[in-house]
Design a protein around this ligand. Structure first.
Ligand code: 5AD
Ligand code: SF4
Length: 444
């Protein structure tokens, strides 16, 4: 069977799609371009805006392939599938599988059954009360960068967020299973691992935890021989333990970078959002992180125009950004999601005002990003090469990678293949969103 995966949304969806690809390939299926595929898998996201519309218009496009051949069918997974569920079948008869996060582990078997029985439809939408382990592909090599799920779901119910409804309650994976997967990936060639979860800092603190804290999990994984880089995402500021902060000064392969979504710089808005930390406590955490690891790069998520956000609240957010000076940030206009607490809150901020605040904030971030990148010029960096760069010239090949802080670095080299290798570069220039380096010495 020939399959094609279309991925939308967060890194967890990307990781799920990677796993699904490996699992289907190990069953003898082949990856194909859109026009050759017999089976489409779409992973969806519903965290913001009108994602259902996006999925519907995509399915409208895929319908033309299904019209051409009765054998073509589509599987829809992820957060939108969890919400809309079997409704998809009524509107799009060629959708024959719907699956939620907890159903992902069973998707390869389900797809095989569907391929063999054209009359069948399968729904994998139930939430399970444990982390559903997935089969782990054994042989072969993997790319230098790999992702490992350590948990699923979230218990925080921030007032704006749909995730606890679409991904269910927090379920930590057993630490032995996580470490075994990490070891296997490093054995198969991974040099950088990113641990994934909706809120990795509360790893182990649910009834599925096995007594291992996130800090001890980091220590165990960091000690795997051959692992050059360890990263994790996403962190909730209220749950970051002092031991995790000190890990940044202690574990040599833990990358000096942290994505710590603040959402707002105003205590009133943080309270209304149900974030359970104050601006002062957040800033204390940042100070402590910088004390133990002065070179740490910090990134964040911000929502502007949360219901009731005043001009002063927004000003507080700008002030916090001036103080922290994030390397980069993801910022969004608040949007109502069905069923979340904020949907019913009063004092919604008008759309134009949300757009205005977003533009002000993004302009400030762009300025800070440019200044922070410019400050790197003249320094040395170790870069893990991700692949050829978009920048090209006739003589040399340009490569793109990231330094330990997560900054994008482009550099040229006559060496024909550097993907997955580490190189030392001297930073010679800074662009708007990236750095330019000159290679020094041999790659490793
Ligand atoms: N409106 C706008 N942004 C949102 N996010 C989550 N829910 C919403 C919403 N309803 C943002 C948060 C979160 C990121 C993944 O998406 O900033 O950290
Ligand atoms: Fe959503 Fe809050 Fe959970 Fe993050 S911590 S997934 S923002 S509910």
């Amino acid at each position: 069977m020939r399959f094609h995966i279309l991925t939308f949304g967060c890194q967890m969806n990307v990781a799920d799609a990677d796993w699904l690809t490996q699992s289907l390939v190990s069953r003898g299926w082949t990856e194909a371009g859109e026009s050759d595929a017999q089976v489409f898998v779409v992973t969806t996201c519903s965290v913001r805006e009108k994602p259902e519309q996006k999925v519907y218009s995509l399915l409208g496009r895929l319908k033309s392939y299904a019209d051409r051949s009765p054998d073509v069918f589509v599987a829809v997974g992820g957060c939108v599938a969890q919400q809309i569920g079997e409704e998809f079948w009524n509107r799009f008869p060629f959708v024959r599988l719907v699956f939620g996060t907890d159903g992902t582990a069973m998707v390869p078997q389900a797809l095989e059954r569907l391929a063999n029985d054209p009359a069948l439809r399968i729904s994998l939408l139930d939430f399970l009360d444990h982390y559903p382990e997935r089969e782990q592909p054994e042989g072969g090599t993997v790319q230098a960068q790999a992702f490992v799920n350590i948990m699923q779901g979230c218990d925080n119910f921030c007032a704006y967020c749909i995730v606890p409804f679409t991904r269910g309650r927090q379920k930590s994976r057993s630490s032995d299973a996580v470490v075994a997967e990490c070891e296997a990936l490093v054995r198969r060639g991974a040099r950088e691992l990113t641990l994934l979860g909706q809120n990795v800092n509360s790893y182990g603190q649910d009834k599925h935890g096995d007594g291992t804290s996130f800090a001890s999990l980091l220590e165990r994984i960091s000690a795997i021989p051959g692992l050059m880089r360890l990263k994790f995402t996403t962190s909730h500021p209220k749950d970051i333990a002092p031991e995790v902060v000190t890990a940044f000064g202690k574990l040599p392969n833990l990358c000096p970078q942290l994505h710590l979504p603040v959402q707002s710089g105003s205590d009133a808005v943080l309270k209304a959002m149900g974030r359970k930390y104050t601006r002062a406590r957040y800033l204390d955490t940042i100070r402590e992180l910088r004390r133990v690891c002065p070179q740490i790069t910090l990134t964040t998520d911000i929502i502007v125009g949360f219901p009731g956000e005043t001009l002063q609240d927004f000003e507080d957010t700008l002030e916090l950004m001036r103080e922290v000076r994030y390397e980069s940030s993801f910022s969004f206009k608040y949007s109502d999601r069905p069923g979340v607490r904020a949907e019913k809150m009063d004092f919604k901020v008008p759309e134009e005002e949300k757009s205005r605040r977003l533009a002000v904030l993004q302009e400030m971030q762009d300025r800070i990003t440019v200044e922070e990148l410019a400050a790197q010029v003249g320094s040395m960096a170790e870069v893990l090469v991700e692949g050829p760069s978009k920048m090209q010239d006739s003589e040399y090949i340009f490569w793109r990678g990231r330094d330990g802080g997560g900054r994008i670095v482009n550099f040229s080299s006559p060496i024909p293949c550097l993907t997955g290798r580490m190189v030392r570069v001297r930073i010679v220039d800074a662009k708007k969103h990236s750095l330019v380096g000159e290679i020094r010495g041999e790659p490793w």
